[in-house]
Design a protein around this ligand. Structure first.
Ligand SMILES: Nc1ncnc2c1ncn2[C@@H]1O[C@H](COP(=O)(O)OP(=O)(O)OP(=O)(O)O)[C@@H](O)[C@H]1O
Length: 196
């Protein structure tokens, strides 16, 4: 589904990594591991089309993944370190913004992360774990084949990690693929490790 061949990435004036190759099949999962600063977030941003590819090839089903940026953006969901919430909008309004872009059932997505009871609250008053859950609810809105997740479980309690495990399992069972950077255990059975 997604293949990287000899990828290199520069941030500022420095090479972060080079010669990085991987394959990610439908239903597959890759865990990015490595020390702080190794380049995990940079790789996810590169795969999302947000950081330029310095060298190498990124292929989607055998074709140049970045040739059509709009098509590439449409096939992925990228969850960064930041939750990307509008603080003055309610949890429901934050999510319905993305539902207007992608489609999907806002109420079901809120329920999938256990936030139905807090749907009316402005995002600014949610706790850090609740904000993370609201960011994760975007994954449950409408299918996209590739999920790129940067430290998705930071701040989550055990029940919320379990709920994320359900979302990940459903996504993979439907043929979706996941690449996740993490320093914490993630509910991704059978995931391969990619060490940077
Ligand atoms: N915008 C930028 N300009 C210059 N250098 C950057 C930029 N963003 C990141 N870097 C550098 O790129 C390197 C890789 O950073 P990155 O955030 O990808 O690491 P990481 O593996 O995700 O780290 P962590 O485990 O701490 O999250 C670091 O040395 C960082 O300082």
């Amino acid at each position: 589904m997604l293949e990287g061949r000899d990828l290199a990435c520069w941030r500022g004036e420095r090479a972060v990594f080079a010669g990085l190759s991987f394959t990610l099949p439908p239903g597959g999962a890759l865990l990015l591991v490595g020390a702080n600063g190794a380049g995990k977030s940079s790789l996810l941003r590169l795969l999302a089309g947000l950081v330029p590819l310095a060298e190498g090839e990124l292929l989607w089903q055998g074709q140049d993944a970045l040739a059509d940026r709009v098509a590439h953006a449409a096939r992925l969901r990228y969850l960064s370190h930041q939750d990307a919430l509008k603080p003055s909008l309610s949890a429901r309004e934050n999510l319905s913004f993305f539902a207007r872009l992608w489609g999907g059932d806002t109420e079901a997505a809120l329920d999938s992360v256990g936030l139905s009871d807090l749907a009316e609250l402005p995002a600014r008053v949610l706790s850090s774990g609740q904000k993370r859950r609201l960011a994760l609810a975007r994954l449950a809105l409408a299918p996209a084949p590739l999920w790129l997740l940067d430290e998705p479980t930071v701040g989550l309690d055990a029940a919320s990690v379990d709920r994320l495990g359900v979302l990940l399992a459903k996504h993979r069972a439907a043929g979706g693929a996941v690449m996740a950077a993490t320093h914490l255990p993630l509910p991704l059975p059978g995931a391969q490790e990619l060490r940077l």
